[in-house]
Design a binder for this molecule. Structure first.
Ligand SMILES: Cc1cc2nc3c(=O)[nH]c(=O)nc-3n(C[C@H](O)[C@H](O)[C@H](O)COP(=O)(O)OP(=O)(O)OC[C@H]3O[C@@H](n4cnc5c(N)ncnc54)[C@H](O)[C@@H]3O)c2cc1C
Length: 415
């Protein structure tokens, strides 16, 4: 049985970064990163549409959900965005900023990010063993024993960086949760997050491919509890796009809690009933013969206008002067609160992240060491943290990996 100082389970963003931080701080220690898949880092390659949005110019704990914003804040503060940018520059990846503060590699290729991480792991003397799936993990008096599909291994310390359940074809299938539970950890129930939503009915079908700016509101038990603003993409199954992805985790959490949940879209974001009604009244005064459809198509895509009018049974050829008050109200209220009858989400297979996971209060935030099992560390998405769209989830991977690296250093008595 191979014996090493540190085994890192999972060679995704968090595992590779932990290997680098630990390798830099503990030269000479034997360390190995195991990954069940043949090509580790697959999620980095697909991220950000293949360009890898690796962090954001402005990251705060408010960009995340999870058991403890306080702990998230501490972990982020110990390795903030500036250090992430410097870290990537050191390993040969310069970044640039795009809309909403998103930072991408200058190459615009995720491959650059993955290659730089893997090369630096090798330079630091940490071995990377693909096709090594950890099937069992136990702690004895003198450390940990691990079973893999290729034989056993023993280690003084183990880092679990096995991710969540999203995009399971990349190797992240939730197996790490069971390894952590076997060592005494609990699990905050998981749901998909940053995931497209499937709608009931037929309204969305003819709109497939249409993207528009919307405001989304999620009412839980009759009260709007979350709202997002941004692009929404109509698809053959329902809706997607950043505004939808960001709100999807809240829909799932409400479902999990068996709460009544209603999602609506403001198709005229920034407007309310008073402002938009005033606009229509003013237009009716200035251009009484103008047809309703013409007005609406100057505000919204024609395909959407036709679908809305048909759905409400309103004729588009009504001149504004003939638009009765009740009808005007019904139309405008509908546009401001268009129902999105969510049946389900597209599930983990299409989710960018997993909400839920190992609770943060079961780790020491300065080191990511388990409070329940000394010598065990956790980093990345396996923990109960999920960020909104825009590079935040990777920032969590880098920051938690940096803390785990520091934790391993202190474990081996290096001041
Ligand atoms: C399509 C898509 C696009 C995304 N785009 C972005 C983006 O642009 N910006 C952003 O910030 N975030 C993005 N994300 C989210 C981001 O990719 C994840 O939050 C991040 O990769 C999580 O890193 P991780 O290392 O914790 O887990 P993962 O990347 O899931 O890595 C876990 C690794 O552990 C391995 N593993 C699991 N179980 C075992 C086991 N038992 N034994 C051995 N190995 C095991 C898996 O094979 C995997 O390689 C995206 C996600 C997806 C799916």
């Amino acid at each position: 049985m191979d014996q090493v100082d540190v085994v890192i389970v999972g060679a995704g963003a968090a595992g590779l970064a932990t290997a680098i931080f630990a390798g830099r701080q503990l030269p000479g220690r034997s360390m190995v990163v195991l990954d069940g898949s043949r090509r580790p880092g697959a999620k980095i390659l697909v991220a950000g549409g293949g360009r890898c949005n690796l962090t954001n110019r402005a990251v705060t704990s408010a960009d995340f959900n999870g058991t403890s914003r306080h702990i998230i804040r501490n972990v982020l503060a110990a390795f903030p965005v500036e250090q992430t940018v410097a870290f990537f520059r050191e390993i040969g990846v310069d970044v640039h900023e795009e809309e909403d503060g998103k930072l991408f590699p200058d190459s615009n290729q995720a491959r650059t990010v993955l290659d730089a991480l893997v090369n630096e792991v090798g330079r630091r003397g940490v071995r990377l063993w693909p096709e090594h799936r950890v099937t069992a993990l136990a702690r004895g008096d003198s450390g940990f024993t691990l079973a893999t599909n290729r034989g056993g291994l023993s280690a003084c310390c183990v880092v679990l960086a096995t991710g969540g359940l999203s995009l399971p074809k990349t190797g992240s299938d939730g197996g790490g949760y069971e390894l952590a539970r076997g060592l005494g950890h609990t699990l905050v129930p998981t749901t998909p997050a940053l995931v497209p939503l499937v709608l009931d009915g037929e309204f969305h079908r003819p709109l497939s491919g249409l993207s528009q700016d919307v405001g989304l509101a999620l009412a839980v038990e009759g009260r709007v509890s979350v709202s997002t603003r941004g692009a929404m993409l109509w698809t053959h199954f329902g809706v997607s796009g950043p505004a939808v992805l960001d709100i999807s985790r809240h829909w799932h959490r409400a479902q999990l809690d068996r709460q009544q949940v209603v999602l609506t879209a403001n198709l005229l974001p920034g407007e309310d009933l008073v402002s938009v009604e005033n606009r229509v009244i003013e237009l009716a005064r200035q251009q009484p013969k103008q047809h309703l459809r013409n007005v609406l198509t100057s505000w919204l895509p024609a395909r959407l206008v036709d679908a809305v009018l048909a759905s409400l049974g309103i004729g588009g050829q009504i001149p504004l002067a003939h638009l009765a008050r009740d009808l005007r109200r019904r139309l405008l209220s509908s546009l401001l609160q268009w129902p999105l009858p969510v049946r389900e989400s597209r599930g983990y297979a299409h989710a960018e992240v997993t909400a839920g996971g190992i609770p943060l209060n079961e780790i020491h935030p300065a080191t990511m060491q388990s409070r329940l099992c000394p010598g065990l560390f956790l980093a990345g998405e396996i923990l109960d943290v999920d960020g909104r769209i825009g590079g935040f989830n990777f920032q969590w991977a880098w920051s938690s990996a940096a803390a785990a690296g520091a934790g391993l250093r202190s474990m081996f008595g290096v001041p």
